[in-house]
Each structure stands twice: as C-alpha cells, then as structure tokens.
Design a protein around this ligand. Sequence first.
Ligand code: BGC
Length: 764
Amino acid sequence: MIPVHKKIHPIILIFMNKPVLLRTFVITFAIILFDVSVPAQKSDSLKLAFSDSLKIEALLKKMTIEEKVGQLSLFLSYRSITTGPSQKTDSRELIKEGKAGEIFNAYGVEVVHELQRIAVEESRLKIPLLFGLDVIHGFRTIFPVPLGQACSWDLEAIEKTEHIAATEATADGINWTFAPMVDLARDPEWGRVVEGAGEDTWLACRIAEARVRGFQGNNLKDPHSLMACAKHFAAYGAALAGRDYNTVDMSPLSLYEWYLPSYNSCVKAGVASVMTSFNEINGIPSTCNSWLLSDILRKTWGFKGFVVTDFTAINELVPHGVAVDLKDAARLALNAGVDVDMQGDAYLSSLPELLSEKKITIRQIDDAVRRILLAKFKLGLFDDPYRQCTLEREKKEIMTPEDIAFARKMVSESCVLLKNERKILPIPQSVKSIAIIGPLGDSKKDMLGPWSATGKWEDCVTLAEGVRNHVSSNIVVRYLKGCNVNDNDRSGFDTAVRLAGESDFVILALGESRDMSGEAASRTNIDLPGVQNELSEAILKTGKPSVVVLFNGRPLAVSGLSSRAPAILETWFGGTQAGNGIADVLFGDYNPSGKLTMTFPRNVGQVPIFYNSKNTGRPINPDDTSEKYVSRYIDSPNTPLYPFGYGLSYTSFVYSNLNIKVTGKTINIKATITNSGDRDGEDVVQLYSRQKVGSITRPVKELKGFQKVFLRKGETKDLSFTLTTDDLAFYHPDLKKYFEPGEFVFFVGGNSVETIEKTIDLSH
Ligand code: BGC
C-alpha cells in the first residue's frame, strides 16, 4: 500500500481513502504536475510504491478473469512433498496458462528456475510466481522444533534461527514460508503443539514478533528475506480434546484475551500473509468466517497483506456442513475475505462461473488479485523473478559452518533439565565407560522432528554420535537400542541391562518418534509409548548413575519415569546438531538454562492444564489436599508434574529484595538474584502478576516479563522491570481492553511456582 507520511501534501491525503484507481491517478498527477512536497528520504519509496500501484492497475486491466483467478490459486509443484489430497498434478501447464499464481513445495535452483521461467517467459502476462514452503524450524540447517526453541526464552536467538532459515530458503528459490505457526495451545494431546510457542499468550506474542522479524528482515526486496505467513487463523490450537482438525468452541472473552493476540502480534510486526485454520469457531469455519477475516483481521487490526487458506480448506467447507458444494464453498470463502485457495481448485473451477451468475463481484476478485500482485512487487519479483537464487548462492549460503555452530548452541539452549538428583549431571570426568540405551539414542531420522523442510536426516548428529564426538578415545561409548519406540518387543532388554551393568554411566534415550507429533498426530496417551517405561525400569534397577534424555514434540505425562529416574533432560527434537548440542549439556560445557513454556501434566486426565488458570470459587487448600468439596481430583493432585517456566541449572539461584515503586502509570519492580551455586550460569527471571479482585475473574498468575541473566558463581545482580498499568489491562465482557484499578500481587522467580511476591495497591 502507499506509505502515508505525515508531511504528505493535503491533496494526497484527501484521496487516500478513495478507490485505488482514483487514488493512484490523482496522486501520480499531483507528483508529476505539482511536485507536491514529499520529504526527500521518503520520496523514492513513495514513487516506487506509486509506480508499483500503477503497474498493478495496468496489469489488472489486461488480465482475463481466468488469469485473475489464477493469481488466487496456489498449487503443489509437480515435483513435491504433500500433506493432503492433491487436486492438480502437473503445475507446469497451469503456470503456462496463467492459472497458478503461487506454487508450493517446489525448491532448489533448478526446479524454481524451470517453473519461474515458464511463468515469466511462456505465460501471456509474464507474472512471476510465489514459491511457498513450510520452513518451520530451519530450511536445510534444521534447528530444534519451535516448542523447543521457545524453551530457550532467547528472543534474539529465535529471530536468528529464522533469519538463517530465510537465507537458506531464499538461496534455494523459496520466497514465502508458511510460518510462524502462532496457535496458542494448552492441550498436549494435540500433535501440533510442537510447532508453537506453548501455553502463554504474552510469551507467544514476543516469539511471534521475533519470528516474523527473522523471516522478513527489514525489507522484503532483500533477496535474503522470506515472506512470512501467520497461521492458523484462528484458535486452531483449541481443538476439542486435542484431536486435530476438531471443533473449537470458546467464549469471545477467551478468544480475545488468550487466543487472538499472537496473530495480532504478527500483523503488528508486518507479516505479509495470514493462513486460515481448518477448524470452526463457534459454528463458523475460519475459511468462511468474515467476522474473523474481514472485521478482525483487516478492519480492526489493519492487516494489509493477503489471506491464504490452509490445504484444501475451502473444499472442507462442504463436509463442515456450511456449503452445498465446491462452488458454494468458493463463494463463501471469497465473501469472507480469503484471497488465495491452497490446493483446492475451488477458486479456479468456480469463481468465473460465480461471477457470471453475479454471486460475487469483479471488485472482490480485483481486490484479492491486487493484494497478491502487491506482495510480488514487494518481494521484488517483477525486477528479478529468481531473486538471486543461483547455484553459487546455494553453495555459499546453505549450511555454513557458522550456522551449524549456532544450531548446536540453539540445541543446548532449548534443553530443559527437569530433574538432577544428587547432581548426577554433568557427567563426571571420572567416567570411563558410557552406555547409551534406548530407541532414540542413535536415530538420525528422528532428530529432524516433524516439518523438517529440506533437512536431510543424513546430516543429523545423533545422541550417540554427539557423545562420541565429545569424549576422548580412551572412554568407551557403546550403544544399544533396547526396544523400539512404539511396539511390544522386549527381546533387547537383557543385553541392554547387561550393558548398563558393565558401564560407569548410563544415558537412556527415550521418547516419541518424529511422526508422533506434528499435524494429524494427536495422542490420547501421552506417556512414553511402547515398552519404553519397562525398559527404563529394567535399566534403572541396575542402580547405575543414569540420566534419561527425552526426545518428544509435546509435554509428556511421565510421572512414573520421573519418580524412577535420578536425572531427566528434555531435549525435544534438536535438528541437525541435536547430538552435539545435547552432549554439550550432558558434559557441562553448557549449563542448562531452558525453561518449559508448556506445563507437563502428571496424567492425561489433568489436560488441559496451564499455569494461568482461574482460582474457582472452591480452590484447593495446598495445606489440606484431602478436603472433599473443593476443585480437585480424587485420584490425582491438581499440581502438574513440571510447571510452566520450570527448568533446572547445574547451579542454583536465590531471589530476594522484591521492591515495587509506582509513579503515575509506571510500575517499577526491582529484585535481586544471586547465583548461590558453584558454577557460572544463566537463569530466566520471570515476572508474574495477579489482580486480586476484578470486575471479572482473573488468572492466578500472568507472565508480564522476563530477563535471561548470566551470573558468575557467587555473583549477585539487581534486576529491574518496568510495566505500565496498560500492561495489566484485560478484556472485559464488552470486548474492550482496559486497566482496572485494584490490588495486585507481583511475583518474581525462576519458574511460575517458586517465586517471591509482594502486594501493591494500584487503586489510584
Ligand atoms: C498444514 C499447514 C501447512 C500446509 C501446507 C497443511 O496441512 O495445516 O500448516 O502450511 O499444509 O503444507
């Protein structure tokens, strides 16, 4: 869109809200004829935007209805991976006929050049293609899965992973990623929690912004910038019972307060596209929800980019039961505000007919096409359709040694130390023989985790390899699988137990395989699958010093394991450098600092369980958990296995001196942290608040800020957080957000449970 500058001539301002054609016409003439005063530093980009606008209008004039609808149609490449039913097979013909404006899952200089060449040389109007791909946690250098990265609480590092992913993906011809996934999720049964940031809205917003910045950079024209896509709009993470694609039914208040903000953060960060979700919300599927796509996204939030559906989501309006047939579905989607049809062939097959039947208007189609063409201009595709993707660039910019080193550090940062009795970890130097046992100990494929773009399992370092790389040759490292991830075969137990008995130290590598989380991978039992619990029992019975290293894409309900194992390190799926990064933690070269961003339940019956819950009218008394008529289970504690924000270090931290000063609307919170252990280390200092009394009920704790602080052993640091009363505002039943004066408790600590606190009156 035309950037508005405050010093723009009033003539231009008058026409800013007029239809695009009129606006473009008037503004261009104003510039040419009257030389209206536009500040020098802005004039170039303004002229550029004006000229893009003119070109778009000129193109639109030349386009047939089929070519217009083609720009609204995204198809799989003829050489690609797929996540759903394929409607079209050979995209080359479609491109030549101008019937595909975007292609996905085609990558690599050769393929991208082949397809783009058809678009810009053989199609009538020579409009370049967008090339989309799910670049979710790295392109070729694969980083830890997003949920793991979130546990680093390192926004700069997260941004950098996306910047590296963008550099690699664009070198290989991709210019659009279907990420970030910013769906808030509180139910670990849902397999896609692995793609998100966890259960907290505030943190999810910060991570969403970092990811958009990382992908898109400052200027989409830079050939290293990748256009981002916030998904899945909206509330996909609230699928009932954690079953993928299931119904979402929630109060408007919950939607506004918890589920919508992370998408809005993406919009504020300038995300260029948004993807609809598969689910319905309160009876209306997102893909035909004009309240969501037009009222909230475009009108309220001011989103200027384009909206794409999820995979065949228009077609799914038929089984959802809101459309009679595909044509009807296409009509509903366009009317709601969907610009691009992903893989459904609904727009291509139906929009021309719907137009001739006057069920939709040409203006609706033109508006959608404008948004697509504008994105293509912004990416610089009309100047260089290949965006400098060359074999040389591919060679130079993909998997650089610096990026691989960074990926290794990211693995270590994402690890969360859940338990470390008697300081079993780090593995002492006196250890002369190490047994690695378990189905995830040497599995390259699983290290990639779900959604691994063009990552190659052959590049991955397994735990066994990482440990071997780490130790000197006089230390014996032996690996045995013991059992498979998910079957009943116990035949490997005896030899595994023998190996454990013969070794000084045991590393048990347990968890899920990579395909057990991600899309269409919901589980009702979120304990360790197969016979892994039994294997762990048999091995831990040997009494050897042991650590369990977990690989998984969701919080697991591993109560049994947690009581048996003296030490547990959660590592998620670390990607290319998994084994090396984990070994750095196990041997103490990296002191763990990761903190959970999603609660680990004791059992699946507690789900959904999250830290920022409400108190209820009958809260449990922590000092008398046997009381009957209170909000509790009769067969399980209410408390989680490991709470939000939790994670241990090899050192320890003590918090003190919580002081709060209020000046006007500003609240300054000060506290002191001391590294009381015998090692240098980092802690993620978390700030929570609670409004004691409100006009509607408030959560028992809400994250309001954090700082990742490094302290040498014995060191003390003073910390300071500044909030304003706006940070304490919340949505009210009228769906307006504002601050309500009252008493507040502020909590500071290293996790959401163990905190120091102070109450303050903010009534005035
Ligand atoms: C997923 C999206 C993804 C799309 C394209 C769908 O099945 O839900 O997240 O971007 O496929 O691969």
